[in-house]
Design a protein around this ligand. Sequence first.
Ligand code: C2E
Ligand code: MG
Ligand code: MG
Ligand code: MG
Length: 279
Amino acid sequence: ASKRAGAGRHHWYSADLDDQAGDEGRLIDDLRTALDTGQLRVAYQPIVTLPDGALVAVEALIRWHHPERGPISPAVFIPLAEQTGIIHEVGAWVLRTACAQAGAWRASSVDVAPRRVSVNVSARQLADPGFAELVASVLTETGLFPYELVVEVTETAVFGGGQAVRTVKRLHELGVRIALDDFGTGHSSLGLLQTVPVDILKVDKSFVDHITTEGRQAVIASALIQVSQGLGLEAVAEGVETADQADELYRLGYRLAQGYLFGRPVEADEVLPARGSLR
Ligand code: C2E
Ligand code: MG
Ligand code: MG
Ligand code: MG
């Protein structure tokens, strides 16, 4: 129970921790049921070009509507799923669903359909020596080309080297694009660029939030886009909420962005009409 129990580390009363552990145990049981009974969904959030806001890709984000508790954030249940190992099943389900959807968009031959789908993959999935082959077989099943799939990994997940890095290298050899998620917030962000094959930097929202009012953030965001350009990588600015932020990012050199300004995560059939232009 590391992540959430960590937040309660300073509680003196073990009863609190017991309650929390019981609560997490129930949630995990419920998640197993959710997987079997179709309570899980995948939402898709647009990734657009700057400055025109054209849809080029989507990020797949898992959604769970709990029958009694209502929507539960992946920030809450994904860490639990990781600790218990159920992430392997949940993650494989997200991967299949997202790849099948991307294949359907391509087959629809709508010219504004997203050309790529990004899927978040957790540390524990990357540590599985069979994961790259799972991806390969899902691509075959769904008829998706490897370059139409982006696997988003966090710096923390690949920091330790070992199997996680071998998995990323194997995926990259298959032609799958690799994105470093929440870039700049993890361990050894720049160092990892030397050891892990990376195609895309997803510059964390925390470098975007105050970009128009805090000079230091603009300096960092500028440095990160220069690193990405110098290394021939794509950079996606995450968490863009205002037109002023988008303008500033464009001025700094960003050509790809994601955030509520352009569209929230929505059901697959809402992606195309939901897309908006800046103009
Ligand atoms: P992430 O991969 O960094 O995804 C971006 C998160 O930021 C999403 O939260 C998205 O809804 C939110 N977001 C996007 N634009 C904005 C914005 O303009 N403002 C604000 N305030 N938020 C924005 P979400 O969907 O709650 O997911 C949270 C995290 O849970 C994700 O962060 C990712 O780490 C994890 N996650 C989600 N789906 C999956 C999954 O299928 N597998 C795994 N392993 N992790 C997942
Ligand atoms: Mg992500
Ligand atoms: Mg992210
Ligand atoms: Mg983030």
